[in-house]
Structure formats: C-alpha cells, structure tokens
Design a protein around this ligand. Structure first.
Ligand SMILES: C[S@@+](CC[C@H](N)C(=O)[O-])C[C@H]1O[C@@H](n2cnc3c(N)ncnc32)[C@H](O)[C@@H]1O
Length: 384
C-alpha cells in the first residue's frame, strides 16, 4: 500500500493513500477529526486510567489518547492484520520505539503510559476483560449494536463509554427492517429523523445495560456529518437501571407537524417511533468542561469550539420544529429563523437553535403558539 504522512492533534500518522476512503486497506477518515477532537476532550475531562480504543484502524484515536490525555494505559485493537502492523509503525513514528509483536499482541511501556496493541475481534477482547476498562471507545463501521453487550461487560462500574454509529440510514428510518433488527425499535422518516435516531441509539444502550443491573447517565449525545456520537457513564445498581428504563418512551407526529411524546415501557397508541430515550442529551457540567478544555487545547480546531458552543446553548428538550417543514405542512412562508426565535422568546418561551438542523428551533412553546408566532413573523415580513 502507498503511504502518506499526516498530522492530527499531537499525533503524526502514516495512512494509506486511497482514491476513496472505504477502498483503503486501513481506514482513515479526516472528516471524523471533530469526533476524535471531542473524544480527546472527553477523556481529558473524565480522566479514566485504562482506556480501550476497540476499533483502532490506523491507531489515530488511541494514539491521541496517549499523547493528549492523562490516561495511564491505552489499548489499541483492530481485527485487521494491515491495521495491526500500521498501528505498530505509527507508535514507532510518534515514540521512537517499535513494540515487539508476539503473535497478535504488542506492548510498550512509555514511562507515564503503557500502550497495548491487540489484533482481536473486539467482542472477544472485551468479553475477556470483564469490568476492566474505565473508558471504552466504540467506533466501528456502521452499527455499534453488535458490540454493546460486551462493551457493558468490559467497562468498570462507574466507567464510561463513547459510542459512534454511522448507520444513520438505518437509525433515521431509510431501512426500517434493519432498524428493527439492530435496535429493536421503530424509526421515523421526516424532519425529526436525526433526533429520533440518536434517541433510539441511546435507548438501545439503556436496554443492553439494564440486564446487568446497570443504569446509564447521558453525558453528551449529538448528531454531526454522517454519524451519531454518545458519551455515557455507567451507574451501578438495579434501581439505577430501573430509573434509566423509566426514561424510555415513544413519539407520535401528526400530518400538521405537531408532535407528542410520552414515557412508558410500552406505547399506548399505534403509529409510533420508539422505544426512544426521552431524557437529557447533555450534562451541563461535562459539556462546560469540554468547552473550556477546547479553548485551551493546543492545536484546537475552531470548528470544535464552535460546535461545543452550539451544543451548550441548545435547549435540552426532546425534538424540534423545522421551519421549512412547518412552512410546507401549513402552507405558510418560511420565516427568518432568528425572527421566529425572537418572537417566541418575547412571548416568554425559551427558544434556541439546534445542532440537529440549521433551519430548526427547539422551544418550550406548545405547537399552537409556534404556529401563531410563525403567522405573526410571516405577516410582519409581508408588510415590510
Ligand atoms: C471505522 S474504522 C475505525 C476508525 C478509527 N476508530 C478512527 O477513529 O480512525 C473500523 C475498524 O474496525 C475494524 N474492525 C471491523 N470489525 C472488527 C471487529 N469485529 N473487531 C475489531 N475490529 C474490527 C476494521 O478493520 C476497521 O479498521
């Protein structure tokens, strides 16, 4: 394979050159840098001792945990032989030592941090490391669902998981049967599909954890580019698991765009999306520490700082109104987003933009009030 050298964060990396990233013998996607930047900030903020990067590919993510966070033991794992060999080369490039491989393992002690490289199926590795890791990072191709069970087994009680899902088509309802198979949930098409997909993913994690008497506390969950990313803390005990399950529920949406959601283990109406997580998508203290760390992080990418600021300012209530979809559904004009936000704010309802869509608002206002504000903003616009 033809190799080029790139820099990301504090890491230098050899990556294979390929016309299309999915044709590369070892996967490296520069677009996922923001995902890795936020993950580095999360590991810095949470200070886990033992970290597993279960799907390492070039090793970029795990290498950045070694170089940019205080983790004391970082495991880099990938099933592919090409990836395993490239990870060893990248360790040598960054630290000047080539770990000696014994079969499918290679360990190196860098003084403040030990690095352990494995070539294993992620499920086999995680299943053999029962309650060992403080932070487990799942960043597979497509759905993380086949790996959730062993991830919850391998993480310590009170430990953390970072979960990426790139099967957005499945979670957003383009492949309904696949969503039923992978997540045992009913997705939704239309303007709310991204938030529904994210909440299906969290709801699935909650159900996987519950059978081990583990609850799940959501630290941060977001949608970006072509993926979902969720950071959760595992909380111990049957009562905590029950509390997490009680945050699951269902969503209904009418033709007009009006939506309703309610908590409950089973739906009490037909034509629903779910089960979904209906709890918060962020923990304010965690997000604030990520935001602060992003401002002081060397080589910080301004897009990361900007995205974290948007997440911080967002009202944390389930679902949103997309002004384009609402205009189409009601036959009204598309309003200026800021004018609608101002009108609803003047009426006493907290209303913000949302990272899910640049044309949407999250608001505390009931549907009828949103329609009335939309009508007023449209009339004002016409009379100018
Ligand atoms: C999306 S890539 C990982 C990207 C990487 N985390 C990053 O940030 O650049 C998924 C990787 O998982 C590996 N893989 C696929 N199935 C696996 C399995 N069952 N166990 C471990 N690794 C696996 C692939 O070889 C591939 O390198």
């Amino acid at each position: 394979m033809e190799i080029v050298e790139v820099k990301e964060g504090l890491a230098r990396l050899k990556v294979p050159l390929a016309e299309r990233i999915y044709d590369s013998p070892v996967f490296y996607n520069p677009v996922m840098r923001l995902n890795r930047d936020i993950s580095v900030l999360a590991v810095k903020a949470l200070s886990p001792r033992k970290v597993l990067d279960a799907f390492s590919a070039t090793g970029v993510r795990g290498m950045r945990y070694v170089l940019e966070t205080p983790a004391e033991e970082v495991w880099l794992n990938d099933l592919s032989e090409d990836a395993f060999n490239l990870i060893l080369q990248n360790i040598e490039l960054n630290f000047g030592v080539r770990p000696t491989a014994e079969g499918d393992s290679a360990d190196v002690d860098l003084g403040e941090v030990r690095v352990l490289v494995r070539r294993s199926d992620a499920n086999a590795l995680m299943s053999s490391m029962f309650r060992y890791f403080d932070f487990v990072d799942l960043d597979p191709f497509g759905s993380p669902a086949p790996f959730l069970d062993s991830a919850f087994r391998s993480v310590r009680r009170k430990g953390f998981l970072g979960i990426t899902a790139t099967d957005t088509g499945v979670l957003c309802g383009a492949y309904r049967n696949a969503c039923r198979r992978k997540y045992l949930a009913e997705p939704l098409r239309g303007e709310l599909c991204h938030e529904v997909g994210l909440r299906i993913l969290i709801g699935t994690a909650v159900r996987y954890a519950a059978k081990y008497d583990l609850g799940v506390k959501v630290l941060l969950a977001y949608y970006r580019d072509h993926y979902f990313r969720v950071f959760v803390q595992v909380v111990n005990g049957a009562r905590k698991a029950d509390e997490s399950l009680s945050m699951l529920g269902y969503l209904w949406q009418e033709e007009s765009g009006k939506f309703e959601y309610s908590r409950g283990f089973l739906p009490d109406k037909p034509e629903v999306a779910g089960p979904l997580w209906l709890g918060p998508l962020k923990n304010d203290a965690f997000l604030q520490s990520l935001h602060e760390l992003s401002l002081e992080h060397p080589l910080g990418d301004p897009r990361t700082v900007e995205f974290l600021a948007l997440l911080s300012s967002e009202l944390d209530v389930p679902f949103y109104y997309d002004t384009h979809a609402l205009a189409k559904r009601t036959g009204m004009g598309v309003p200026k987003l800021q004018a609608l936000i101002d009108e609803l704010t003047d009426r006493g309802y907290i209303t913000t933009r949302t990272h899910f869509s640049p044309t949407s608002i999250k608001t505390e206002a009931p549907f009828e009030e949103v329609l009335s504000a939309l009508r007023k903003v449209n009339n004002l616009c016409r009379s100018l």
